[in-house]
Each structure stands twice: as structure tokens, then as C-alpha cells.
Design a protein around this ligand. Sequence first.
Ligand code: G3P
Length: 216
Amino acid sequence: MKFFVDTAVVDEIRTALSWGILDGVTTNPTLVAKTGRRFEDVKREILALVKGPVSLEVTKMDFAGMMEQAHALAAEGPQVVVKVPLTKEGIQACKALSDEGIRTNVTLCFSANQALLAAKAGATYISPFVGRLDDISEDGMLLIGDILQVYRNYGFQTQVLAASIRHPVHVLQAAKLGAHVCTVPFKVLEQLFNHPLTDRGNEQFLKDWAKVPGQA
Ligand code: G3P
């Protein structure tokens, strides 16, 4: 499973890259707004750092406007993946961009039928929002399994990108189901490292090492 970090905070991306486990980045308008910085600056810095796929989202909701933004974003670098919403216009743009060889990430997916539309339109990635389904008392992970099954049935190449991840168990469940990608908030990525037995074991090893003659 590929790991993307779901953030627009450049320091978080830099740190995750330094761990050697990061494959790409996803952003959205909310994540960019949270930084309090200009999108132009955030985008330039992220693209200078990250060689893997970087999802940048369009904010125009009409087809022509979306296509104009998508072309401008795609021109920023070969790693740019254009994120479009799962609307009629978004799917239309996805198809047109895919025909042009521009990679897309179809976002705000909440059903397997929506995911089927995105795959038929040639989406590179589909982003089902697991946490937001959990928030309304649905089981978001069931959707990941359903989409994988539907895509397998027809050999679609669209990659399932588990999004709206809220905790480490979501990451494990996505991996067990075989999601191609999981986009993980920085805090959750950090949590994946933690285990109290690792800390305790390491502490003991260091204490014992200090007892080895000549090592104190
Ligand atoms: O990038 C889209 C997605 O991951 C948003 O997550 O936590 O706002 O539902 P969340």
C-alpha cells in the first residue's frame, strides 16, 4: 500500500519524507486554508520537495473553469495529479483530462456507484472518504471493500485511495482490504510508529548495553 500524507503543511511533508516511507501528498482547499498561507507559495514549496504524486484540487465547479484550472495545475510539474469533485462536471473533466494523459484524483466519493463512474471516466485515483461516512454512523471501510470488488470485477486500473483517515485502525483496515493507497494525516502517520513494548524494550536494551564491560 502506498502512503500519501494528507496535508498542506510543508514541514509535515518534509518530516514524513525524511522517514523514507512517503509516496505522495494529497491536499484539499480546507487543508490549504488551515495553513493560513497563499496557495501559490504552498504549492511551489510542495512541488519542489515531492517527486511522487501530489494531488491539487480545482475550485471551479463548471466544466470550462475546471479544465482551465486543471491545465494550469498540471503545467506546474509532472507529479501533479488534478483533484476533481465527484459531480457531473467533475466526471466530465476527469474523462477529458484522462484522454489528454493528465492524471486525476476524483474526490468526495461516498458510494461504489460514484466510484464506478470515476473509473469509467478514466480516473487515476478514486478517493472514498472513510471517516466522514463513519461520522454519520455508516461503516466507511465497507465502501473501500465494495469499490475494490467492483473494480476487480471489470479490471479497472483506477487506484483506490482511502481518504478521510482518522486513526491507525483505519490504516490497518485499508491495508487488509488491499487499498492501493492510503492518504494519512501527519498525526496518524506518526501514531503508526508507536508501540509501548517497542519503547520499553528499547529502554531495557540500552540499560543492559550500559552493563556490558567497556560500553558504559
Ligand atoms: O483529503 C480529503 C480527506 O482526506 C479529508 O479528510 O478528515 O476532512 O474528512 P477529513
